[in-house]
Write a protein that binds this ligand. Structure first.
Ligand code: SAM
Length: 283
């Protein structure tokens, strides 16, 4: 189990099909599958669709946060590869494969970029079988973001990446799923301290802007049991000691915009002030 080739074989078995793992319960909504549904993906079930539709009904238009987040991810990864010259990426909380995965964005610029996907949802690993069967530069592992040491020490991470050279840690749309006890500041501190100079952290996070945040949290808690909107001050801590890439830590929709944001429906509230985005470089 300890060498990456064994893992590659496992991920390719048996025929690349994304079988349903025995340990998933499709009657209980999952964050990964609800997000997939919000983005128009196909890897979701009735419980996930009902949960997101219910959330959207209580908080009209809130699912736009998913597309805004995904757009931030796309711009962030483009920046990392095309402008910052990053060639190794650890994408934690990678989500289910849908349009515009991190490796798709990176490989459109340089097919040699190596990507390790990390998620705690077993279905993400199962879909890695299908998606990455013929891909030698991209692998997926199942691990918990609350345990960064396990991610960095994982044989797949060690086998595919050279952690002595600069890399990017992508925590996009992830840290708000960790509880205070799981210590998201501690998680980012661990990643930052471990990475060599010239590495980057790219992150987006749900922001407690004190308007609807409590209502959305309550609705999320009811449906998926997790989700914490945190204040600017905490978001800044995630990037402590890093040089923030311009324009700094801002609303995700304002980060290096390129005019491609889907048109906002004027009949619905705009949730721009509920999501921050930023990217920092370790000096
Ligand atoms: C909203 S999706 C974000 C997907 C992708 N990063 C993006 O921005 O498009 C959040 C993902 O984080 C995963 N996740 C939540 N808690 C996690 C944890 N403790 N460890 C690892 N992954 C986690 C979920 O399973 C889900 O796939």
């Amino acid at each position: 189990m300890n060498d990456p080739e064994t893992w590659r074989q496992q991920l390719r078995e048996p025929d690349g099909a994304a079988a349903l793992p025995p340990d998933i319960d499709i009657t209980v909504p999952s964050v990964a599958r609800m997000y997939d549904y919000a983005l128009g993906g196909k890897t979701n079930f009735e419980a996930d669709r009902q949960a997101l539709d219910g959330l959207n009904k209580e908080i009209p238009g809130v699912a736009a946060l998913a597309t805004d987040n995904r757009e931030f991810l796309r711009r962030g990864v483009r920046f990392l590869v095309a402008e910052a010259g990053i060639r190794q990426i650890i994408d934690v909380g990678s989500g289910l494969p849908t349009a515009g995965n991190v490796h798709d964005i990176a490989h459109a610029i340089d097919p040699g970029v190596r990507v390790v996907y990390v998620d705690n949802d077993p279905l993400v690993l199962a879909h890695g079988h299908a998606l990455l069967a013929d891909n030698d530069t991209t692998l997926v592992i199942q691990a918990d973001a609350a345990d960064p040491a396990a991610i960095l020490d994982h044989p797949v991470t060690r086998g595919l990446l050279d952690l002595g050279q600069p890399y990017a840690v992508v925590l996009v749309g992830l840290l708000h799923w960790l509880s205070d006890e799981q210590d998201p500041v501690g998680v980012t501190t661990y990643f930052r301290e471990y990475m060599p100079a010239g590495s980057y952290l790219l992150a987006s996070n749900l922001l407690d802007d004190e308007l609807l945040a409590r209502d959305i949290e309550y609705e999320l808690l009811k449906r998926v049991g997790v989700g914490t909107f945190r204040p600017w001050e905490q978001h800044r801590k995630y990037f402590d000691g890093l040089d923030l890439v311009p324009p700094g830590l801002v609303y995700a929709n304002d980060w290096r915009t390129d005019g491609t944001r889907p048109e906002h429906d004027p009949t619905l509230p705009d949730y721009t002030t509920y999501l921050t985005g930023g990217c920092g470089r370790k000096p």
